[in-house]
Design a protein around this ligand. Structure first.
Ligand code: MN
Length: 154
């Protein structure tokens, strides 16, 4: 074969490979309904905007969670860990036995698998964060009891 033919064959193979790949997917803003954070797992007013579901490729799901002042999650842990990206406002996060930390937009928090913790707004300001939650054996969270006012304000 000439060099030109070799190149043409290589190019054809490359195109064939691309043709078999999945296409990019755009999930349009407005196509995923907001949901209220359930009272069983949250204190105060919380809105969850789903971003994407876990897949065999990603192994994690994404959601935008918005807390009004005073609102927070219950105590919980994640079997495969969770990344939080603070998007707006001012929030509090705390791991069991640790100090309460103030978090602001651009802060990124990694919670390792199994670590008991909570996250939410401060008592005076709302907060929104993107939660990227890893999935293990089909589960991404283990909910526990609510964070009491005394624990929240401590
Ligand atoms: Mn969490």
């Amino acid at each position: 074969m000439t060099k030109a033919i070799v190149c043409a064959v290589a190019a054809a193979l490359s195109v064939a490979t691309l043709a078999h790949a999945e296409s990019m997917q755009i999930s349009a803003n407005g196509s995923r309904p907001s949901a209220k954070g359930p009272d069983a797992n949250f204190t105060g007013s919380v809105v969850v905007d789903p971003l994407y579901a876990a897949s065999a490729d990603t192994h994690n799901s994404g959601g935008l969670v918005s807390f009004e002042p005073g609102a927070r999650s219950a105590w919980h842990s994640h079997p495969a860990g969770q990344t939080l990206i603070i998007v707006s406002g001012t929030g509090w996060i705390q791991e069991d036995g640790g100090a309460k930390h103030t978090v602001k937009p651009g802060d990124v928090i990694w919670t390792p698998p199994g670590l008991r913790h909570w996250h939410g707004a401060t008592s005076s300001n709302g907060v929104s964060h993107i939660a990227i939650t890893n999935v293990k054996d089909g589960k991404n969270v283990e909910w526990q009891e609510k964070v009491s006012d005394a624990q929240y304000l401590d």
